[in-house]
Design a protein around this ligand. Structure first.
Ligand code: HEM
Length: 125
């Protein structure tokens, strides 16, 4: 199963760890987003990387650690304005571009489209 998923095609968890590492490099320099996140980003990195791995067809470790994603509920505590959403998307797109040598053109398109869709859904202000 996993070989047929994006998770399998990109070589597993390491790809998502690298993606998320890049993403948080953007977040730490972002004056709007940085204060929303905890000082120590280690758990934030781990949870996001496990979530993406699970979403793209990898093992269900995220759910084992965190339970059902319920992303809207988990983001309710944060003021996700249009600006915050756009900032998040900017950093995530930059992260995808940084690891895009490991993505086929089709997987690249699918990933960018998913992040745009999901970020639009999570705007809550
Ligand atoms: C739209 C702008 C977004 C903002 C400002 C935002 C912000 C945040 C913040 C502040 C946290 C808490 C970090 C922590 O406690 O470690 C978080 C967690 C998380 N976010 Fe977002 N987020 C956004 C969009 C997204 C999107 C589009 C996704 C998925 C595609 C996503 C997935 C997650 C996940 C999986 C977690 C960890 C949940 C957990 O298990 O605690 N976020 N986000």
């Amino acid at each position: 199963m996993e070989e047929q998923s994006l998770y399998g095609r990109v070589g597993g968890q390491a790809f998502f760890d690298d993606l998320v590492e890049r993403f948080y490099e953007g977040v730490v320099c972002d004056e709007l987003l940085r204060p929303m996140y905890p000082d120590d980003l280690e758990e934030s990195r781990r949870h996001l990387a496990l979530f993406f791995a699970q979403y793209w067809g990898g093992p269900r470790s995220y759910e084992e650690v965190r339970g059902h994603p319920r992303l809207r509920m988990r983001h309710a505590a944060f003021r996700i304005t249009k600006r915050a959403r756009d900032a998040w998307l900017l950093h995530m797109t930059a992260a995808v571009n940084a690891v895009s040598d490991r993505l086929s053109p089709e997987d690249y398109e699918e990933m960018v489209a998913y992040f745009e869709m999901a970020a639009h859904q999570l705007r809550n202000v």
